[in-house]
Ligand binder design. Sequence first.
Ligand SMILES: [Zn+2]
Length: 509
Amino acid sequence: MKTILGKIHLKWCKDCNVPVLDKKCGICENDTFDVKLTPPADARPAFKEDIVMINNILKNQFGVEEDIFKNKIVLINKIPGNDYMKEIIIDGVVFGILKYDEESEKNEEKNRWSIIPSVEGARRIINAGGNKKIIVIKEDVVPFILKKHASVLRPGVLYASEDIEKNDDVIILVGNENEERGEDYEKYKHEKNINLKDINVLGVGRARTNYNEIINSEKGMVAKVRHAETPKEANYLKETGNFEESINKMIEANENAISKFESNSVGFMRNTIKERTNKPPVVAYSGGKDSLVVLLLALKAFENEDIDFDVLFTDTNLEFPETLKNISDVEERYNINIIKAESNDFWEKLEEYGPPGRDYRWCSEVCKMKPLEKIINNRYPNGCLTFVGLRKYESMNRSKKPRIWKSPYIEKQMLSAPILNWSAMHVWIYLFKNNAPYNKLYEKCFDRVGCYMCPAMELGEIELIKKLYPELWKRWEDFLIDYAKRNNLDDEWVRSGWRWKYGKKKIKN
Ligand SMILES: [Zn+2]
């Protein structure tokens, strides 16, 4: 995967504690280090609501009351695949994975959300007062775990927190030397103030049994170790200030990198219009962050060149309220008139075709392509060149796309991707730098904007929608329930299965 996407673009300055998209930091000019993320590593900044959500999960899961992320830049990196899994990055390292457990039999919704901490994350959790899901082991078993990748066995355990259930993610700590009385398990267990620090953290693992079985047995496996490292202090970097202050530092540190990307894309757009085609330029604006960058770049590329361009938005009538608000915000801010192609066919076609799926995307043709084609055929009888916000980091499938190509759906449309090489961090820093009116949906824990019932969503995203827009979701769910009744489908189909027509399989979005 890395070979397709090239070198690691996301780096970090350890002195300024900001993400940097270049070899050197724009503030202190020191060398930056690589941030090791799961490819395609299209990380984005975490907003306040993301942090609130993460802190709530940490409190529920590990008993952490403190805000571990206060006054620092935190990034979120969505891991591709069918599950809701996101890496959380702080101080340039992965803190852990935020996960929504689709298969869990845990009834309570809040228990489906969890964080699988890295060892570095576990150190921070313990230092912030985390006291749940922990296992303390004897010092003399440490070498077996570090060198022989042994599991934690019952005789090596000094203490286990009462909340541990089978398959829980647990933090494994090494007991203090002066707590030899830990040999007496009962005594250690009732110790009220076990005072453990990050330097006691050995690793993270998964419980193989529950608390009662741990204390009532003398043998057997207690936890499988996922990762273990020689205990040491967490690598804390300095605070960068509140959200706004941190963002400003990030902009400053990336001034050069962003300018380079901007001038490259602006040059490409001018060149495409002036030399490679005589078709009128159009910007396809979706209400999303990527197309907002394309719009800003078009304003920059064409305004002084006296080149007119249209901005098109396709309203599927399945949009979030924030997206519609964003369309008018953008019109007002840039004093432009966005041309709207509207589709009203979804609910009618739904009866005919059944629910759209990841492997059955009739919705895109009906709700987007058809209304767009109509407008394009009317307005540009000789065709147009549409600039879109497509980026290769968004999807493995898109990583080999050329920068200009013919639309496979609309005959009169050429497509062009001026920000093909931008990562989500380039996009966000550019938007922050220009104080651009981005869609507020991004501040509500969403990585992307689109239709509110898109089958490409993971269940975790659907949970967020149910909570934020219960009436929108109800209309869709009512349809699913009714459709299930008519077609003899079960509750699991209504909950999850409707997103595939031909059955769940691993499809890269
Ligand atoms: Zn720096």
